[in-house]
Design a protein around this ligand. Structure first.
Ligand SMILES: O=c1ccn([C@@H]2O[C@H](COP(=O)(O)OP(=O)(O)O[C@H]3O[C@H](CO)[C@@H](O)[C@H](O)[C@H]3O)[C@@H](O)[C@H]2O)c(=O)[nH]1
Ligand SMILES: [Mn+2]
Length: 406
């Protein structure tokens, strides 16, 4: 039975971030959350994207865009686009729920994380850049129109020290750093991928315990290109991503293409320009336009109907859900018949070309000689694709060095 007065909430103000929200919603469902799921959308989210989101989330709620337009502070972070993150503040107006967990749309949930609802308002994880501040990508809160009003008031009067929601929220919940340690979420609930660059040994040590991955920063998974043929993920400029990041990006794409709920492509999105004529609703007023959609068949979003009411009693079906632990950093499981899967992609039940390809790569790998293996390993090392969790783990490198220096 779903818990109908608690919800996971996310936000998408455009179709790009809607892709992230879609993956997030799919992950939550696949890991059988017992809570409802809500995505707040704004004017510029197209009908195509909304339909896809409605196939995954219990509620698609239109809210007004709030933008700090604070170029000075935002450019200090190199992220002028983040003014709209103030729109996040509207989650406090979702008073049909007693407790919520907000998750950024650039999150990958790796297992069931319903235990987050045991935490109290206001809980969050430290920000990797300034750990006395919390990162506003994951937080537990109790919706309240009073808090919503106070936050908006503060935004109007004082702005935000970083131009986005995180600065404002840290000023508002300023005792988070010192008041109550139980309100500090473990970092594994908001493991920023930037840690790969800032503290690689810790990432190696604890990365396997991660429950939620946060693709924090300017480059998001949907900016990357996934080459099914080569099984490689490259960044926008064509360069290959960091080898430690690759399993998570592949997992993100596997979730994106996982069947059982619709995905949408930019092509779908561009085909629906009528989206831009949607009227914006305003949250927190009696005239708000609630675009929540009843969803009977998540796999057929076009069958959804707009009701104007909240659809807590008709959660999307959970077909295809699995509670399997499919951590991208886990070694690929040995399957019957002795063939190996490809880690992240292996977890997909999809019949996408991805899977067929991973199987053929596995077969090739099995028939390789030891010498060929060594050569391949050397080639990957030289290309900067080190296997930090396996052959190239610190311990193994040290052993090699010790042997060499003897
Ligand atoms: O054009 C945008 C930009 C952001 N978002 C939403 O706002 C969230 C935050 O933006 P994001 O690009 O994820 O920011 P981060 O790179 O994670 O940067 C940090 O700084 C932001 C601004 O303070 C905070 O919102 C983040 O939680 C914090 O992790 C996204 O995940 C989306 O849910 C949109 O819908 N549209
Ligand atoms: Mn984020």
């Amino acid at each position: 039975m779903p818990v109908t007065d608690q919800a996971f909430v996310t936000l998408a103000t455009n179709d790009m971030y809607s892709q992230g929200a879609l993956v997030l919603g799919k992950c939550l469902r696949r890991h059988e959350t017992s809570r409802l799921t809500v995505v707040m959308v704004t004017l510029h989210v197209s009908q195509g994207a909304r339909a896809a989101l409605a196939g995954v989330f219990h509620q698609v709620k239109e809210v007004e865009v709030l933008d700090s337009s604070d170029w000075a502070h935002l450019s200090m972070m190199g992220r002028p686009e983040l003014g709209v993150t103030l729109t996040k503040l509207h989650c406090w107006a979702l008073t049909e729920y007693t407790k919520c967990v907000f998750l950024d749309a650039d999150m990958l949930v790796l297992c069931n994380v319903d235990e987050l609802f045991d935490r109290e308002d206001f809980s969050a994880a430290p920000d990797p850049g300034w750990p006395d501040c919390f990162n506003s990508g994951v937080f537990i809160f109790r919706p309240s129109l009073q808090t919503h009003g106070r936050l908006l008031q503060r935004a109007k009067e004082n702005g935000s020290f970083d131009g986005g929601d995180q600065g404002l929220l840290n000023s508002f919940f300023s005792d988070w750093a010192t008041e109550d340690i139980s309100k500090h979420l473990p970092f594994i609930y908001n493991l920023s991928t930037s840690t790969i660059y800032t503290y690689l040994p810790a990432f190696q040590q604890y990365g396997r315990e991660a429950k939620i991955i946060h693709f924090l920063g300017a480059v998001k998974p949907w900016h990357c290109t996934y080459d099914h043929q080569k099984g490689e993920v490259s960044l926008g400029d064509g360069s290959l991503c960091h080898p430690m990041l690759s399993p998570f990006l592949k997992q993100w794409w596997a979730e994106y293409w996982r069947p059982g709920a619709p995905s949408f492509t930019q092509a779908d999105v561009w085909q629906s320009p009528e989206a831009h004529h949607q009227k914006a609703g305003s949250i927190g007023t009696t005239h708000q336009e609630d675009l929540s959609l009843h969803v009977e068949q998540p796999s057929t979003p076009t069958a959804s109907k707009e009701t104007g009411t909240h659809s807590a009693d008709t959660p999307p079906a959970n077909e295809g859900a699995t509670s399997d632990w499919t951590h991208p950093l886990d070694p690929p499981p040995v399957e019957e018949g002795g063939s190996f899967g490809s880690g992240a992609l292996e977890s997909s039940q999809s019949e996408e070309p991805v899977l067929e390809l991973s199987a053929s790569i596995a077969e090739v790998a099995i028939h390789r000689t030891a010498e060929e293996e060594d050569q391949e390993h050397k080639r990957q090392w030289e290309e900067g694709c080190a296997d930090y969790l396996g052959k190239d783990a610190f311990d193994n490198i040290r052993k090699k060095l010790d042997k060499f220096l003897k």
